[in-house]
Structure formats: structure tokens, C-alpha cells
Design a protein around this ligand. Structure first.
Ligand code: SAH
Length: 265
């Protein structure tokens, strides 16, 4: 008996076992953690390969039917099956040691998953996942490219991001409407940015909210003095700035703003 795919849960089951194996093998930071958490195992196509590794493996799955299927398929000693919503999972209660995150993510919540990863960045040294190709590309885009956005800068501040390979729709049941991309995200050395990190996030959001405008216009509400606003960096648009530039901008903002009060004050 197979699990019936449910559209509202983003269920597209991978049928190609060699792709599943390639994804499982893309976890490379083995020395840094002894546990792995898989999001959305479905019928376990990826789990079958992960379970071969010498790590403690847990899975979190929101779909009851899949959970019943998984309990029948796997020995409880080998696999810790959690029924629930990853977005509501208290990761710091579940883990006191670093763990890796992996999964063929439900595409509708993949950005939210990464915002949660950022909240727990010191517990999560590595993420390998498949997601919608455009989101995968955005996360891995360097400054200056069209796809570059809020999630790109925030993740790249704390992680190295790598686009690994593209997966075509026909290898899924049912096939999704979009192509998919597999990425690896690895925690970098940065413990704390050289600026107010909450303000950093606010400045990035504000800048990208008007991504077509120059920073001089996009950040008008900060009411920085003209002597500051005349600096060259304000001729640029948000998508042209890398992490270093945003740190510089955050420090300029912290030292000079008189206008709108941002989070982080
Ligand atoms: N890993 C499987 C299934 C991928 S489809 C495979 O590759 O074939 C995405 C899976 O995520 C589905 O099983 C879906 O039920 C599950 N899912 C969706 N939203 C979830 C959430 N919020 N938390 C945990 N699992 C979720």
C-alpha cells in the first residue's frame, strides 16, 4: 500500500533511487555532527539511504498516512519518527548537540524552513535539500545577480551556499510544475557579524522592499544626514550589495540615523 500524494502538503514523491542516493551522499560535514534530521520523508526514499550512515536519524513528517507507512517500514530502534510540523518544532528542546538537516523539502514552505535554520544557526552546521530551482538559485546567487534577495544575503552571512544539481519534474510522482535544484549550505566561521545583527536584518529588508530603487531612495525613511547619503554606496541598489557592504551600511545607519526607528534599537 502506497501513500496517496496530497497536493496541499506539497507531496511529490521522488521515484529515481540514484538521485535519492546522490542527495543523501551530499551531506559531507560528518565530523561536525552525530545526528541527522530529515524533513518530510514521505515514503522514505531518501531515508533508505540516510539510515545506512552511522548517525542517529530522526524524521519529521506532517502527513498521518506517511507516518503510519513509515512505522510499518522501519524498526523503531533505527529511526526516530516524529509526527508534526517542522515549522513548529522546538529544535533546541530536541537537540543539545549540532545536527544536520536534510530533505526533499515541501516547496511551499522552503523559505520559512531557511528562516528557521537561521534562528538555530549554531545548532545546524549543514543543510542539504531539494527545493524549487528558482529558490535554490536565489539562495546560492552572488550579489549583483537578478535572483539575489533577502534570503541570499542573510544565509550567506552565516553559511557557504552551493548549488549542486538540477532535477527534472518527470522523476517525481506526481511531477511538479517546476524544476528542482539540490543545494548544500554549510555554516561558516562567523560567530557574530561586525554590526548590530538585528539592525542588519532590518536594513536588508528595507533595502530589498524597494529593490529597483537606489539605496538613497529605498532607505529615505532612515533620515540619514546628507553628508552620509552622498556616499557612493547609496547610488547602488540592494541587489548589488554583498554581506560586507550590508555590514558597512548597518554601521553607517547605527551611527547616523535620526529617522524611522528600526527593530534592533
Ligand atoms: N521525501 C519524500 C517526500 C517529499 S514531498 C520524497 O522525496 O519522495 C514533501 C514531504 O514533506 C511530504 O511527505 C509532506 O507530507 C511533508 N511535509 C509537508 N509539510 C511539512 C511540514 N510542515 N513539516 C513536516 N513535513 C512536511
Amino acid at each position: 500500500m502506497k501513500v496517496k500524494p496530497k497536493k496541499h502538503l506539497g507531496q511529490h514523491f521522488l521515484r529515481d533511487l540514484s538521485i535519492a542516493e546522490d542527495i543523501a551522499k551530499s551531506l559531507t560535514g560528518h565530523g561536525q555532527y552525530s545526528e541527522v534530521l530529515e524533513i518530510g520523508p514521505g515514503m522514505g526514499v531518501l531515508t533508505d539511504f540516510l539510515i545506512l550512515e552511522q548517525k542517529r536519524l530522526s524524521v519529521i513528517e506532517i502527513d498521518k498516512e506517511s507516518v503510519v507507512y513509515l512505522h510499518k517500514k522501519y524498526d523503531a530502534e533505527k529511526l526516530n519518527i516524529i509526527e508534526g510540523d517542522f515549522l513548529r518544532l522546538a529544535l533546541d528542546q530536541l537537540y543539545s548537540q549540532p545536527f544536520a538537516l536534510i530533505g526533499n523539502f515541501p516547496y511551499n514552505i522552503s523559505s520559512q524552513i531557511f528562516f528557521k535554520v537561521l534562528d538555530y544557526k549554531n545548532l545546524i552546521p549543514e543543510v542539504v535539500c531539494m527545493l524549487q530551482k528558482e529558490v535554490a538559485e536565489r539562495i546560492c546567487s552572488p550579489a549583483g545577480s537578478r535572483d539575489y534577495g533577502i534570503l541570499s544575503v542573510l544565509l550567506q552571512a552565516y553559511y557557504k551556499t552551493e548549488y549542486l544539481f538540477t532535477v527534472e519534474p518527470h522523476v517525481f510522482e506526481p511531477p511538479p510544475k517546476v524544476r528542482s535544484g539540490v543545494i548544500r549550505v554549510t555554516r561558516n566561521e562567523v560567530q557574530k557579524l561586525d554590526c548590530d545583527e538585528v539592525l542588519f536584518k532590518s536594513v536588508i529588508k528595507m533595502a530589498f522592499n524597494m529593490r529597483r530603487k537606489t539605496l538613497r531612495n529605498a532607505l529615505k525613511a532612515l533620515n540619514l544626514p546628507d553628508t552620509v547619503m552622498s556616499q557612493k554606496i547609496f547610488d547602488q541598489r540592494a541587489e548589488q550589495l554583498d554581506v560586507k557592504d550590508f555590514i558597512f551600511l548597518t554601521n553607517l545607519t547605527a551611527a547616523n540615523r535620526t529617522g524611522q526607528v528600526l527593530q534592533g534599537d
